[in-house]
Design a protein around this ligand. Structure first.
Ligand SMILES: O=C(O)c1ccccc1NCC(=O)[C@H](O)[C@H](O)COP(=O)(O)O
Length: 261
């Protein structure tokens, strides 16, 4: 059966082939050289989690599971609101086809604040890591379910080469084992099943105990209330990736502060 993730990856591979052909290596190198140095993504998350909750706040206009989430979508305003509300980092969706995201949204969001930014996209080729750095991104996402071990290692190596952090996303114990073969110790558990979109926090509760103590462990997807975060904290989880619940608020700054304050 073809899953949503399969469909997303198929379009992504075709897009990357076209983008590589369109964008010369020289132009990418020049754009990377013009960027400011990467902001430490994991370090910012750890610093906030040491005394409270480490929030990766997502700038998310739409999704395959929910359609349009935010009508008056304004990435720089959302970035400022998240930072003022106490978020440690941002996640900005750059996938256009499925999430109505854009590289321009990432650039505008990062320029509007001083916290580190994750390029939230489906990485299928190390070239996209260089492209992410050329946009200004400080970190990239590696979805274990989307890649084999060699591909993951190649993409992680590109992130290290560019001084970026890699958030390695897993959904079950097998993926966790594979994630731990990488160097990155920034692990996210996606509570959303990317095949049927169901959300179950049990994935995080079960996997947190198998994470080595040197890991920064992030619970992702479907988190809505302060009670959700406090329940996670009882299991030892202090870092969270949250998009929809905050993007649906009129006052994003206050909602962020209430959630993690
Ligand atoms: O959000 C989706 O519908 C989705 C579908 C297919 C692949 C990935 C998807 N989401 C990516 C994410 O990881 C979430 O945007 C992120 O964890 C935030 O989740 P939420 O707080 O539920 O918006």
């Amino acid at each position: 059966m073809t899953t949503m993730l399969d469909r997303i990856l198929e379009t992504k591979r075709a897009e990357v082939i076209a983008a590589k052909a369109r964008t010369g290596d020289t132009s990418l190198r020049e754009r990377i050289a013009a960027q400011t140095a990467p902001r430490g993504f994991r370090a910012a998350l750890d610093a906030k989690a040491a005394t409270g909750y480490g929030l990766i706040a997502e700038v998310k206009k739409a999704s395959p599971s929910k359609g349009l989430i935010r009508k008056n979508f304004d990435p720089p305003a959302h970035a400022r609101a998240y930072a003022a509300g106490g978020a440690a980092c941002l996640s900005v969706l750059t996938d256009e086809r499925w999430f109505q995201g854009s590289a321009e949204y990432l650039k505008a969001a990062r320029a509007a604040c001083d916290i580190p930014v994750l390029r939230k996209d489906f990485m299928v080729d190390p070239w996209q890591v260089a492209e992410a750095r050329a946009m200004g991104a400080d970190a990239i996402l590696i979805i274990v379910a989307a890649l084999d071990d060699a591909q993951m290692a190649e993409i992680e190596a590109a992130a290290i080469e560019h001084g970026m952090d890699a958030l390695v996303e897993v959904h079950d114990a097998d993926e966790m084992d594979r994630a731990l073969r990488l160097k990155s110790r920034l692990i996210g558990v996606n509570n959303r099943n990317l095949k049927d979109f169901s959300v179950d926090f049990q994935h995080t509760y079960e996997l947190v105990s198998s994470a080595p103590s040197d890991c920064t462990f992030v619970a992702e997807s479907g988190l809505t209330t302060r009670a959700d975060l406090d329940a996670m904290a009882e299991h030892g989880v202090r870092c969270f990736l949250i998009g929809e619940a905050l993007m649906r608020q009129d006052d994003v700054e206050t909602a962020t502060r209430i959630l993690i304050g």
